[in-house]
Design a protein around this ligand. Structure first.
Ligand code: ADP
Ligand code: MG
Length: 683
């Protein structure tokens, strides 16, 4: 192992293990265990203590016991079906070792007559005699048997014996790593070193001791390395120099003054943070986080306007065409007529598209709206100064990093998400960005009242919506999510549409994934202009759409949706100043988890609380769809149980950033733990 630093031993390939064949290596690789470090997280699930031995007369039937005996006599019947037997004895009694399907040669080898042999296994009883069937723990060397044997959740084809062997091998060769933490941090974990902690982690009697120093320290290491990596990315992005954008506050205010409402304190604060970034010579990479309906769009559009006014172009990406169109329309409404505002959609005519692309390249378009289509290779900008991405909480760290490179030398990036996440996860998931948070909702908002109602009580619901319609209000009716097939989603929406149309002629519209884009737009526009009162749809209305006049949402089969998704759907209403209602329609027999979800929604309108609860119910990996984003689960750390560690790690991270401490000492930590494998050269 020439030129290898300490920690590199742990990153070496599985073939550096002694006595581990290629077959075992391949089985491990299939489980994503690629180096020795990965193996360290293969933890014993339970153990069997074989260290105490009994005399034969004291053996307890049905229990795992260890006993030292002397084989006396072989009994190898010539009849196929009968097992081979070996009569064994100690000074207190007799026991039979029984072998099904095994070779005489093998039996003679492991149980030689007259030798003292130690055996361990589950003691049985047959015809008044103790017996041990197919014993696996057999040896002349009693020390190999009389000990604690770890049990692992086995990878197919790899035995417990092999696991014990390889993990013991790694642990006895653990390199001595220099401590990376400050003594302030170490103090919280009783100054246990990484090595000691790993050793403790693998001691079978420590299974489940999550609160002990060794466990806490290792969990902390894991969290902290994630934060460090994120912080490094953030620093790298910020280091990139760009031309500053000069913000013209007068121009900005002329737009703000024309709005029908006053910006909230949080909106102003976010706008100020964004403006400061635009104005600086460091690239912006900022996330604007705010619950559904908190008013992120207007903030981003003002930032866009400021960018345009300082001579740059803006690209505004939305996850769906409907939403892109909505933002486009809003920009047309609030920007002055001199601004050149365009949208690229899937349905744009070829000629029109070509024209837009040409104008983008010639700086004859100020702002372009669209879906991810606006990031295709053939879309070239003349002077792109800001990329805005709406509703992109599912972007992973890697994708985001690419984005900031893509925009060109003077391009800032603003991402927006309506998915609040638990406080403890902010640094884990968004630590590579600067964050502005809009917590406070516009003043005119009233909390959405949330009720649940059994499906069988649909008549009550119909009565309620008749009343709302008479008041001039509008209603979303979301049809069940049918997991097996999108087709069924459509047909259930169509059925409900037919059903409601009979009761409310000319007052119902229908929208589903198969509705084509032009029709979709017409329907949404008609709904917005109150040409009909009830919009029946599948979940496609989930993201971002803004209909201030709609104040009731009915969600069928609400138990099928996740908590965050229900919260998002509910956020379609309650955007104006009316009383709004969300009715969760339910089937009779709900699972415990479904009941929990429904109750949380009834209790709170606060997206941050919803996200905390969602995480508690579903666990970190599943929460908010982050699984798809390439953010892997932690090995030990748990955002629910270790929330304190996350907060300590964040504080320590800030301290290091502020004091500009050299992070070279963390190199082994990062190299070992960097789950996203983003940082290649550090320090
Ligand atoms: P989201 O943050 O979910 O994207 P939107 O930007 O779509 O929310 O805003 C939701 C609604 O709130 C819109 O109709 C918008 O015009 C309105 N709105 C935004 N800011 C304010 C405010 N300060 N006061 C009142 N209404 C506002
Ligand atoms: Mg939005």
């Amino acid at each position: 192992m020439k030129n290898k630093t300490n920690y590199e031993y742990l990153l070496s390939d599985l073939n550096s293990l002694k006595g581990v064949g290629i077959k075992t290596q391949n089985l491990l690789k299939k489980k994503n265990i690629n180096n020795l470090f990965d193996l360290l997280w293969k933890l014993p699930k339970s153990y069997t203590d074989r260290s105490l031995s009994s005399k034969i007369k004291d053996l307890k039937i049905g229990e795992n016991q260890t006993v030292t005996i002397v084989p006396q006599k072989y009994n190898f019947p010539r009849i196929r079906k009968l097992p081979n037997r070996v009569l064994c004895r100690d000074e207190t009694g007799e026991i039979d070792c029984v072998f099904f399907n095994s070779y005489e040669g093998y039996i003679k080898k492991i149980l030689p007559l007259g030798k003292e042999i130690t055996l361990s296994g589950k003691i049985g009883h047959f015809r008044n005699k103790y017996q041990l069937t197919n014993p696996k723990y057999v040896s002349e060397d009693s020390t190999l048997i009389k000990k604690v044997h770890n049990k692992y959740s086995l990878t197919e084809g790899i035995s417990e014996k092999i696991y014990n062997k390889i993990i013991n091998q790694i642990i006895s060769n653990l390199p001595n790593l220099n401590e990376w933490h400050s003594s302030y941090i170490l103090n919280k974990f009783g100054h246990i070193t990484w090595n000691q902690a790993i050793k403790e982690l693998h001691r079978p009697e420590n299974i489940g001791k999550y609160k002990d120093n060794f466990y806490q320290r290792l969990a902390f290491d894991e969290i902290f390395s994630t934060f460090l990596v994120n912080s490094e990315i953030r620093k790298k992005i910020r280091k990139a120099k760009k031309k500053s954008k000069s913000i013209n506050i007068k121009n900005q205010n002329s737009i703000i003054d024309k709005l029908e409402f006053k910006l909230t304190k949080d909106q102003n604060k976010a706008l100020h943070e964004i403006n400061t970034d635009l104005n600086s010579t460091n690239k912006m990479f900022r996330l604007l986080q705010g619950d559904v309906g908190s008013g992120k769009t207007i903030v981003s559009l003002i930032a866009a306007l400021n960018t345009i006014n300082s001579g740059f172009q803006v690209a505004f990406m939305a996850p769906t065409e409907i939403l892109a169109r909505q933002h486009y329309n809003l920009a047309k409404k609030i920007f002055s007529e001199t601004k050149k505002i365009k949208i690229i959609s899937g349905k744009s005519e070829y000629k029109e598209k070509k024209e837009i692309l040409k104008n983008l390249e010639n700086n004859k378009v100020d702002i372009i709206f669209g879906t991810h289509a606006i990031f295709q290779k053939k879309v070239l900008f003349n002077k792109l100064g800001l990329i805005i991405i709406d509703e992109q909480h599912k972007f992973g760290v890697n994708q985001r990093k690419k984005l900031s490179d893509k925009g060109g030398p003077d391009c800032d990036v603003l991402l927006m998400t309506a998915t609040p996440i638990p406080r403890t996860l902010t640094m884990t998931i968004y630590g590579d960005m600067d964050i502005s948070i809009i917590r406070e909702k516009p003043k005119n908002r009233k909390p959405i009242k949330t009720y649940s109602k059994l499906e069988s009580k649909i008549d009550d619901i119909l009565k309620f919506i008749s009343k709302e319609i008479n008041l001039g209000n509008q209603i979303f009716w979301v049809c069940p999510l049918i997991e097996e097939s999108k087709k069924l989603d459509h047909s259930s929406a169509i059925k409900k549409f037919e059903f409601l149309k009979k009761k409310y002629p000319n007052q119902v519209g229908l929208l589903h994934g198969k509705t084509d884009i032009e029709e979709k737009e017409k329907i949404l526009n008609d709904f917005l202009n109150r040409k009909f009162q009830i919009l029946v749809s599948t979940t496609i209305i989930e993201v971002g759409i803004d209909f201030p006049n709609a104040n009731v949402i009915i969600i069928e089969n609400a138990n099928k949706f996740g908590l965050s998704q229900l919260h998002q759907l509910r956020g379609r209403v309650g955007r104006g100043n009316k009383d709004s209602t969300c009715i969760l329609m339910l089937k009779n027999n709900l699972s415990e988890n479904a009941k929990k979800r429904i109750n949380i929604l009834k209790k709170t309108n606060d997206g941050f609380i919803v996200s905390e609860e969602d995480m508690k119910i579903r666990g970190f990996g599943d929460v908010l769809g982050f699984k798809q984003s390439g953010i892997k689960n932690f090995k030990l750390a748990d955002p629910i149980h270790n929330s304190d560690l996350f907060l300590i790690a964040e504080k320590e991270m800030r301290r290091i950033e502020d004091s500009k401490e050299n992070i070279a000492k963390f190199k082994p930590l990062i190299k070992l733990y960097d789950r996203a494998d983003i940082i290649n050269d550090i320090a």
